[in-house]
Ligand binder design. Structure first.
Ligand code: PMP
Length: 354
C-alpha cells in the first residue's frame, strides 16, 4: 500500500531522487565504484559538490550577488553556535519563535549579549511576534522562518539595515522570497533537500571577518569558503542526494513552481481543519506554516479511532511533537497533493462517522 509520509524530518524525498541515489550507491557515474567508496577529492565527487553549491544559489536567485553556498556538518544545531562564533562581537538580536530559536539564543549567549527583540513564548509559540523594534546597534538579527514544532511561519520579514540571519531548516526552497534580504541563511538538509548529515549555509561574504576572536578552522565560515566546502571530508552521500533534489526542483520549475503546489496542499488541509468541527488548528491563522500544519482533536476520545483510520489509509508521521501534543502534518516539497487529499478524506470520514 502507498504510504503517505507526513514526517517532520527526516522526511519524504522525491521517489526519483531515491532511485538515482540508490543506483549511485551501487555504481556511481558508471565508474564501477560506489559514490560512498571513492575519494571526495575525485573529479566525480568534486563535480557533485560544485553543482550542489551552484544549484543552491541559482534556485535562491543569489548567483553573482556576493554569496557563497556551503555544505557543512553538525546539523542546523551547529549553526546556532557557528553564527555567533563568526558574527557576534558585542550584541545580537533574536526573535524567539519556538524551541529551535530558543536553542539558538542559548548558544549565542556563550559569545556575547543577546536581546530577544520579541517572543511568543507567552502563548506556547502559537504565533509570530509582530511590531517589535530592532535596536540599531546589533551585529545581526536572527530569525527562524518556519517553526517546525509549532507550525508557524514568518510571512513578513523586518525591513532593517541590520544583517539578517535566518534559520530556514524547515522551509528552504518551498516559497519565493527575496533571499537577498538575508546575509546568512542556514538549513539542515533533512527536510526539503536530502538525508540528515549536511547543512546548507548560504553567506554573503562581506559580513565575515568582523569579529576579533580567533575562530577554530572547522567553525570558521571563511575557511570553508576558501576550501570550497572541502576543508575536511564532506558528507558525500547527503550532499549527493541534496544535489539530486535540487536538480529535481529545478526541472520542476524551481521555487515558483513548488510554491504553487505547496500553497494548494496547505489550503486543502487548513480548510478541512477549519471546517471540520472535530479539529482545531494550533497556530494563529495569519501565521500558519505551509510546511507544518499543527492541529488537535476537539474530542480527545476520538484519538484511538482517528489514529487507526490514519494507519489504515497509510498515513505516516502525523503525531505532534511531544512539547505541544496533538497532530502535525508536514507537507514538504516532495509530498504530493494526493497525500494531503488522503489525510483530508480521513478527517472528513471521521466527522461523518461522528
Ligand atoms: N532549526 C529548525 C527550524 C529545525 O526544525 C531543526 C530540526 N528539526 C533544527 C533547527 C535542528 O536541526 P538539526 O537536528 O539538523 O541540528
Amino acid at each position: 500500500m502507498k504510504k503517505h509520509n507526513f514526517s517532520a524530518g527526516p522526511c519524504i524525498l522525491p521517489q526519483e531522487v531515491m532511485k538515482k541515489a540508490s543506483e549511485a550507491v551501487l555504481d556511481f557515474n558508471g565508474l564501477g565504484l560506489s559514490l560512498i567508496e571513492i575519494s571526495h577529492r575525485s573529479k566525480d565527487f568534486v563535480a557533485v559538490m560544485d553543482k550542489a553549491r551552484s544549484l543552491s544559489l541559482e534556485l535562491l536567485d543569489l548567483q553573482d550577488k556576493g554569496y557563497q553556498a556551503l555544505f557543512l556538518q553538525g546539523g542546523a544545531s551547529m549553526e546556532f553556535l557557528m553564527v555567533a562564533y563568526n558574527l557576534l562581537e558585542k550584541k545580537a538580536g533574536y526573535l524567539n519563535t519556538g524551541t529551535w530559536a530558543d536553542k539558538a539564543i542559548k548558544e549565542a549567549r556563550i559569545f556575547g549579549e543577546v536581546v530577544e527583540v520579541g517572543s511568543s513564548k507567552d502563548k506556547n509559540y502559537n504565533y509570530i511576534p509582530k511590531g517589535y523594534s530592532v535596536p540599531t546597534d546589533l551585529d545581526y538579527l536572527h530569525l527562524t522562518s518556519n517553526n517546525t514544532i509549532f507550525g508557524t511561519q514568518i510571512k513578513d520579514f523586518p525591513k532593517t539595515t541590520t544583517p539578517l540571519v535566518c534559520d530556514m531548516s524547515s522551509d528552504i526552497f518551498s516559497r519565493q522570497l527575496d533571499f537577498s534580504q538575508f546575509d546568512l541563511i542556514y538549513a539542515g538538509a533533512q527536510k526539503n533537500m536530502g538525508p540528515a548529515g549536511t547543512t546548507l549555509v548560504v553567506i554573503k561574504e562581506d559580513i565575515l571577518g568582523k569579529v576579533s576572536r580567533t575562530i577554530p578552522s572547522m567553525l570558521n565560515y571563511k575557511v570553508h569558503i576558501e576550501k570550497e566546502s572541502m576543508f575536511n571530508t564532506p558528507a558525500v552521500f547527503p550532499v549527493y542526494v541534496s544535489m539530486l533534489t535540487l536538480e529535481w526542483l529545478k526541472n520542476l520549475g524551481g521555487i515558483a513552481a513548488i510554491e504553487e503546489v505547496n500553497e494548494k496542499k496547505a489550503r486543502l488541509l487548513y480548510s478541512e481543519i477549519d471546517l471540520n468541527p472535530l479539529f482545531r488548528g494550533y497556530a494563529q491563522k495569519e501565521d500558519r506554516s505551509i510546511m507544518n500544519a499543527t492541529f488537535t482533536l476537539t474530542e480527545e476520545k476520538l484519538k484511538g479511532v482517528f489514529d487507526e483510520m490514519c494507519k489504515e489509509a497509510g498515513i505516516n508521521g502525523i503525531h505532534g511533537h511531544r512539547s505541544i501534543g496533538g497532530y502535525r502534518a508536514s507537507m514538504y516539497n516532495a509530498l504530493s497533493l494526493d497525500s494531503v487529499g488522503t489525510l483530508v478524506d480521513v478527517m472528513s470520514e471521521l466527522e461523518r462517522k461522528g
